[in-house]
Design a protein around this ligand. Structure first.
Ligand code: SF4
Length: 552
């Protein structure tokens, strides 16, 4: 028998699903020594390596913040007690149809998503939704993507800051750009991001990306002409024509879209237009979700339910909420108000944090469970061998199975099949939006992602590397800081809410912040308060940039 335990699995932090290898001396050895602790390796066959977040995996294995015991009504208890203690209240709530909603994170396996669907039937509800909310906008897209063809592409167009959100994609993208003279990398965004440092950058006014793409699409289809002195959403007609030519002339191009909270308005319309542009210009198109397996989980859910769920939560029309794989106090803005009237909230989480749910179950990360995912390449991939879990933590799949059997008395079996993409629900809007800013709110607050943080930061904020920056911060152009005589902290107010932020040194960002913008890293709950967590005109809950002001 080998004296080394080795677990090959996937990084938990994004949809690129990079391979990780965890090794330690066998725990069956007689003595505990240095080698008994896990070490992290990446698969040397993978040229992408791991990004900083991938390296956080080691810390998550034994993090002091991990939740190790279940809790029911604020008291620690066994899993069995927590589940059995929840059943009477759940049974009462589900006597009425659609009286409980389930929110499921995109980090679940396909098997877990099928079980969650079974659970929603048992709980007499159609209110089953996906988070991160931004990923729902991507569910109508079937990716046309492979890592091999990406590094061979003569053109890569990134919409959104792919390098910050999924950092190891930088390697094949930069390889593609340098492969042959004439290969191009285009960054299209509402603020410069990490891709812009290596790319020809096209900056579109915040809130206008969908409209800008409709103009580009119409021009490509020959439906409209552009006047030479015209400017669309901050981009000159000459540059739009240049972009159209680049797209048409590529032989092997790839368009990639990624989004984060507070960034793009109408992302569902944006992906619809990018999909049409890629068809017309014969380039490949793929979306890069935040969740590891959001494409698989969302397709199994099979509908765009998030708006219905947030609407009934805000209108106080349901009594129960089950959140699988996240803390609702962290990712639903102003959840404290909603929590006040809900009768029963159950959540499965990795950390305790400030979660006050009536029933809290300690959950496993993906490297602590078995199962399958859909990859960016649209293949079914296996997670591999799971690392032993911490404390009483269990996979959400096992938790749902036990809950189902406590509710119905019968066993539930997970299945796996390839879920189909969702069809586009409606024609997307082409109208020119009105300007975001006005006299009262002269700035635009734009949500940005950073390579050391994932999504809204529930996990990445709790690793040592990030602990010293544990208060929310924003980036403001240094000239504006001087002109407005701002101190070290500032209150940012938008029509949706306000929060106090530290002003972070802009030299920590490798790109400039325009004078009329406030770049808001979205990995703090305080950041989320600034953005409107409601649907845009495309019907999808996914907050975009908003008007803002600085209150001194
Ligand atoms: S890009 Fe980073 S976060 Fe994403 S899977 Fe790879 S190592 Fe993990």
């Amino acid at each position: 028998m080998s004296s080394v335990e080795e677990y090959r699995t996937k990084c938990t932090f994004c949809s690129v699903q990079d391979d990780i290898i965890l090794k330690r001396k066998s725990t069956k050895a007689a003595f505990f020594e240095k080698g008994s602790l896990f070490k992290l390796y990446y698969d040397e066959k993978s040229k992408r390596g791991l990004c900083p977040r991938g390296n956080f995996t080691l810390e998550l294995l034994n993090s002091p913040y991990r939740l190790r015991k279940a809790e029911l009504f604020g008291e620690e208890c066994s899993l069995d007690e927590a589940i059995k203690g929840s059943v009477p209240e759940l049974k009462r709530i589900i006597e009425k149809k659609n009286n409980v909603a389930i929110l499921l994170s995109g980090n679940h396996t396909l098997e877990e998503a099928y079980l969650a669907k079974t659970l929603s039937n048992e709980l007499n509800t159609e209110l089953l939704g996906l988070f991160p909310f931004e990923d729902e906008a991507l569910l109508s897209i079937k990716n046309d993507f492979s890592f091999n063809s990406l590094s061979e592409s003569d053109l890569v167009v990134t919409v959104g800051d792919v390098f910050s959100i999924s950092p190891t994609l930088a390697r094949p993208i930069l390889d593609a750009r340098s492969k042959k003279r004439g290969n191009r990398l285009i960054s299209l965004d509402i603020i410069k991001g990490r891709v812009s440092l290596f790319a020809e950058h096209f900056n579109v006014k915040p809130g206008y990306m969908s409209y800008f793409l409709s103009v580009l699409l119409n021009f490509l289809e020959g439906k409209s002409k552009l006047k030479s002195n015209e400017t669309v959403a901050g981009v000159s007609a000459m540059r739009i024509k240049e972009m159209a030519e680049i797209l048409k002339n590529s032989e092997n191009g790839q368009i990639l879209f990624s989004n984060i909270y507070g960034h793009f308005t109408n992302p569902y319309s944006i992906v619809g237009k990018l999909s049409s542009i890629s068809e017309i210009t014969e380039n490949r198109f793929a979306v890069v979700p935040l969740g590891q397996n959001s494409l698989g989980v969302g397709r199994i859910i099979g509908d765009f339910n998030n708006k219905k769920i947030l609407d009934v939560l805000k209108a106080k029309k349901i009594e129960g909420l089950i959140v699988l794989g996240g803390d609702p106090f962290e990712f639903i803005p102003k959840f404290e108000d909603i929590f006040g009237y809900l009768n029963f909230v159950m959540s499965t989480v990795f950390f305790k944090g400030s979660n006050l749910s009536e029933c809290i179950i300690p959950s496993n990360f993906s490297f602590e469970k078995k199962g399958s995912f859909i990859s960016l390449e649209e293949k079914i991939v296996n997670l591999g061998e799971p690392v032993p879990p911490v404390g009483d933590a269990i996979s959400d799949g096992d938790f749902i199975s036990i809950l189902l059997s406590a509710l119905s008395g019968s066993e539930a079996k997970a299945r796996v099949s390839i879920p189909q993409g969702l069809s586009f629900i409606k024609e997307t809007d082409n109208k020119m939006p009105s300007s975001i800013t006005d006299k009262k709110y002269p700035f635009t607050a734009v949500g940005i992602g950073l390579p050391f943080h994932h999504d809204r930061g529930e996990v990445s904020r709790r690793v040592k590397w990030n602990e010293q920056k544990n208060e929310p911060y924003v980036f403001i152009n240094p000239c504006r800081v001087k002109e407005l005589s701002l101190g070290s902290k500032v209150k940012i107010e938008t029509p949706n809410g306000s929060s106090v932020f530290k002003i972070e040194d802009c030299s920590n960002l490798p790109f400039d912040i325009p004078e009329d913008m406030i770049a808001v890293p979205v990995h703090f709950p305080e950041s989320a308060q600034l953005f409107l967590c409601d649907s845009d005109s495309d019907g999808i809950i996914s907050p975009g940039a908003v008007k803002a002001r600085i209150v001194k």
